[in-house]
Design a protein around this ligand. Structure first.
Ligand SMILES: [Cu+2]
Length: 507
């Protein structure tokens, strides 16, 4: 165990991991020793806590957005360059946090300062330091909710989620960004529910936790696969500001180029069983989740008491409501609608919509999903549920809620236990803000009506079986999840929900 021996082993280990020669051209600034990012409850007891608070206060006082030492500079980096709902969500944010952490060190003068993380799988209640509304507290901003227990899921850590990147089937990036990442933004609300979210100091602890859980997944074994450094996935650079970029391959892991680790690097194995500091049976809502069915169908409003499980405990599919059908037909050069329904208002209740698929469309759908010969030169390869002309009201934009989107839930099912099998994704103000952002950046088209967005949810290989079994009928259910505080009444309007065929590869 000589020092020399350790260094040599360390070097060999490092050399085999770092196949890309460019990694060795790291600037001097990164040649410090490896550091460990701490969980908030540990971090707050160290001397770094005061440095962090001071750095944030100092950065907020600096009102020059062109100055790296200002808070706004980092908010703008996110507004202008963050990839959400597109590839590199995880890797881009890893570099973003890294540069921000360096700035915290520069501003505080504490070269050992690390970014802390908030492990909401252990403590779903936001740390008290962030919720103290004193005007002197730089960690405080007004929020809709501070407990994110309703946003959590273990789905990204399932053994079936073996690929890392968006674009592949069973991908951690897609799964984790969809849930819990987006719902945490949605449930907290206010600035956290839009692209300005880094203006809320809790953003940085949320994303450090996202980065930590990605790192945990990367080390999780069981066939979980990160593209190797030699893969072209890591070619190129990320942009954060006009003169702030990072080689993608630096974000391959946390230790090789960026040289940090996390206090805990294991994936969560269970969800929090009770709300922090609250006796669930004495909650003002009597421990019941607020997600409810339409009051017009009270026989369906069977909610079980909140157990702390993160999935709404609904004992039947949300009530079907009648909506006007929309016709099948081409909706774009490579996209064919197989039918839909129009104008679904989303409010504090959960709701289901049924879409009738005609025989010809059902036949084509079945052929596409089973990979059968399709004839007539069609090149459709996959199906997706598209929510088009989606708009959001001002109270809706404030957040505090989101919806799970399910495909073909059986009419009598315990939604909590069925969720994995029928889940398409989630929709809330943060997803809508992200899509609006991609429209403004010319990354994707919006809805056909001005000021609206289009959200597409792939019918995964797993979900395709549900459609193949019964291709003439499609049911889309919106299951509302509300935080302790959430807006009532209409929040989101879905102009059209339809089933589309696309030429994209199935995922
Ligand atoms: Cu985020």
């Amino acid at each position: 165990m000589t020092r020399q021996g350790y260094s040599r082993r360390d070097f060999i280990k490092g050399a085999s991991a770092l196949m890309a020669p460019s990694l060795f051209s790291r600037p001097l600034l990164a040649q410090t020793g490896a550091v460990q990012r701490l969980e908030w409850n540990t971090f707050r007891t160290t001397r770094h806590y005061a440095s962090l608070v001071n750095a944030i206060a100092t950065m907020k006082e600096n009102t020059n957005p062109g100055d790296k030492r200002s808070w706004t500079y980092w908010v703008n980096a996110h507004v202008n360059f963050c990839p959400h709902g597109v590839p590199y969500f995880l890797a881009w944010h890893r570099g973003y946090l890294y540069y921000f952490e360096q700035q915290l060190r520069a501003v505080s003068g504490n070269k050992a300062l690390v970014l802390p993380y908030w492990d909401y799988y252990t403590t779903p209640q936001m740390p008290a330091e962030f919720t103290n509304p004193s005007p002197l507290n730089p960690l405080y901003v007004a929020r809709v909710n501070t407990n994110v227990i309703d946003a959590l899921t273990l789905a990204p850590f399932a053994g079936t989620v073996i690929n890392m990147q968006r674009g592949l089937a069973n991908a951690f990036e897609t799964s984790f960004e969809g849930m819990p990442h987006n719902p945490v933004h949605n449930i907290i609300g206010n600035v956290m529910a839009d692209m300005q979210s880094p203006a809320d100091p809790i953003f940085w602890l949320h994303h450090a936790n996202v980065d930590r859980l990605w790192s945990a997944w990367q080390q999780g074994g069981g066939g979980r696969t990160t593209p190797p450094l030699t893969n072209s996935y890591w070619n190129g650079n990320f942009t954060y500001a006009s003169r702030l970029t990072m080689q993608r391959n630096w974000t391959f892991d946390t230790r090789s180029a960026l040289r940090y680790s996390y206090q805990n690097e294991t994936m969560p194995a269970s969800l929090p069983v009770a709300r922090n500091g609250a006796d669930i049976d004495s909650d003002s809502d009597n421990g019941f989740r607020l997600a409810a069915f339409d009051s017009a169908a009270p026989q369906l409003a069977q909610l079980t008491p909140r157990t702390g499980s993160a999935t709404p405990r609904l004992l039947a599919r949300p009530a079907l409501r009648g909506f006007s059908p929309t016709a099948a037909g081409l909706v774009g050069p490579d996209r064919l609608s197989l039918g839909g329904v129009s104008r679904i208002p989303l409010d504090e209740f959960s709701v289901s919509a049924q879409v009738a698929i005609d025989d010809a469309s059902a036949d084509l759908l079945q052929r596409v999903l089973t990979g059968a010969p399709r004839g007539r030169g069609t090149a459709y390869r996959s199906a997706r549920v598209v929510l088009d002309n989606v708009s959001i009201s001002d109270p809706g934009r404030t957040g505090g809620y989101f919806y799970y989107l399910y495909l073909n839930l059986p009419s009598t099912t315990d939604v909590a236990s069925a969720s994995g099998a029928y889940l398409l994704g989630s929709i809330g103000p943060f997803e809508i803000a992200g899509a609006m952002h991609r429209v403004h950046m010319n990354i994707e088209a919006g809805g056909s009506e001005p000021g609206t967005v289009r959200l597409a949810f792939p019918v995964t290989l797993q979900l395709a079986d549900l459609l193949v079994q019964d291709p003439r009928r499609l049911t889309v259910s919106f299951v509302r999840v509300s935080g302790d505080t959430s807006p009532g009444g209409p929040v989101i309007q879905v102009g059209e929900a339809r089933l589309e065929l696309s030429r994209d590869a199935p995922v």
